[in-house]
Design a binder for this molecule. Structure first.
Ligand code: SAM
Length: 299
C-alpha cells in the first residue's frame, strides 16, 4: 500500500523586524530592564549595523531579518534579560561626542559624568595658557580625560588608572581618540605623576565613592561594574581623602579640583576639602538637580 501523503511542511517565513522587536521588548520588560523598548531597538540596531533610527525604520517597513541576524539578536536579548549592561553587549558607551569601547573589567561611563567633564573642561578653557594641563585620576575607559583632550584645543592631558583591565580599555580608547598630548599611565592615584607636582591646572576625578555596605540595587552595576570602581570604604570617601592629597600636590596655586560623588556626599566632601586647606569648595547639581560634583581651588 502506498504511504499516505505527509502534511506539507510549513513554508519557512523569514522573521520580521516588527514582531521580533515587540517580542524582544516583552522579554526585557519581564526581566525588569528599565527601558525595554529602547534597549530592544538598540540591540536590533547593533545587529543590523545601524543607528537606533535604522532599527525603528526597519520595524516600520517590517523588514525581513536574515536568520543569522535574528539568532544573534535572540542571544543578545537573552543576555540583556540576565541584566548584562547594554554597553557590554554593543561594546560601546556614548560619552559626550565620543563612543568609548567598554566591556568586562571597566566601569561603564555614565551620563551624569558628562556634567563633571563639563566643569573640568570649563576650568581648563579658562586657563590663560595655550597648553593648559589636566589629569583624570581613576580614568576607567578614559572618559573624562578624552573629553578634556578632544574638547580643549592645545590641552595636555594625563589619565591615571590602577586596574590592569580598565587600563587596557582606556588604552584602546586613547588609541582611538587621544591627541598626541594625551598620556595614559597605569598606577595608583595616591602616588601618581610626582614629576608634575605643582604644574597642573585641573585635576578631575570620578573616584569610587559608594559606601561598602551600600550595595547597588541595579544588577548591571552590582554584577558587572568592577568593585574597585565602586566602593570607597565605610563612608565611601576613602579614595576622596587620598585624592585631596594628590590633587594638592599636583595642582599649581589657583588650579581647580573637580570631583564626582554621590548625591549626599557634597557636604562631607566640602568639609574634608576645607580641612585640607582647599579654597572655595562648591557643590554643583547634575541635570536632575542632584548634587553630584564638588569643585575647589588650590590655595
Ligand atoms: C567610578 S570609576 C570611574 C571611571 C571613569 N573615570 C568614568 O567616569 O567613567 C573609578 C575608577 O577609578 C579606578 N581606581 C580605583 N582606585 C584607584 C586608585 N587607587 N588609583 C587609580 N585608579 C583607581 C577604578 O579602577 C575605576 O576605573
Amino acid at each position: 500500500m502506498d504511504t499516505p501523503p505527509r502534511d506539507t511542511e510549513p513554508r519557512d517565513t523569514p522573521p520580521r523586524a516588527s514582531a521580533t522587536l515587540r517580542a524582544a521588548t516583552r522579554v526585557l520588560a519581564d526581566a525588569g530592564v528599565p527601558n525595554p523598548a529602547v534597549d530592544a531597538e538598540l540591540l536590533l540596531a547593533h545587529v543590523l549595523g545601524a543607528r537606533r533610527g535604522g532599527a525603528q525604520a526597519a520595524a516600520l517597513r517590517d523588514d525581513a531579518l536574515a536568520a543569522e541576524q535574528h539568532d544573534r539578536l535572540q542571544s543578545l536579548i537573552a543576555r540583556r534579560a540576565r541584566r548584562e549592561p547594554l554597553q557590554h553587549l554593543t561594546g560601546l558607551a556614548p560619552f559626550r561626542h565620543l563612543e568609548l569601547e567598554v566591556g568586562p573589567g571597566v566601569f561603564v561611563p555614565r551620563p551624569e559624568t558628562e556634567g563633571v567633564a563639563q566643569l573640568a573642561i570649563d576650568a581648563l578653557r579658562a586657563v590663560a595658557s595655550r597648553h593648559p594641563r589636566a589629569v583624570d585620576l581613576g580614568t576607567g575607559s578614559g572618559a573624562i580625560a578624552l573629553a578634556m583632550a578632544t574638547e580643549v584645543p592645545g590641552a595636555e592631558v594625563w589619565a591615571v588608572e590602577l586596574s590592569e583591565r580598565a587600563h587596557a580599555w582606556a588604552a584602546r580608547n586613547v588609541a582611538r581618540y587621544g591627541t598626541p598630548a594625551t598620556h595614559l599611565v597605569r598606577g595608583d592615584l595616591a602616588e601618581a605623576l610626582p614629576e608634575l607636582d605643582g604644574t597642573l591646572d585641573v585635576v578631575a576625578s570620578n573616584p569610587p565613592y559608594v559606601p561598602d555596605d551600600a550595595i547597588p540595587r541595579d544588577p548591571e552595576v552590582r554584577l558587572f561594574d568592577p568593585p574597585q570602581a565602586l566602593y570607597g570604604g565605610a563612608d565611601g570617601l576613602d579614595i576622596v581623602r587620598v585624592l585631596s592629597g594628590t590633587a594638592r600636590r599636583l595642582l599649581r596655586a589657583g588650579g581647580t579640583l573637580v570631583i564626582e560623588h554621590g548625591e549626599w556626599q557634597g557636604a562631607p566632601i566640602r568639609d574634608l576639602l576645607a580641612a585640607d586647606g582647599w579654597r572655595d569648595a562648591a557643590t554643583h547639581p547634575d541635570l536632575t538637580a542632584r548634587d553630584r560634583t564638588t569643585t575647589a581651588i588650590r590655595p
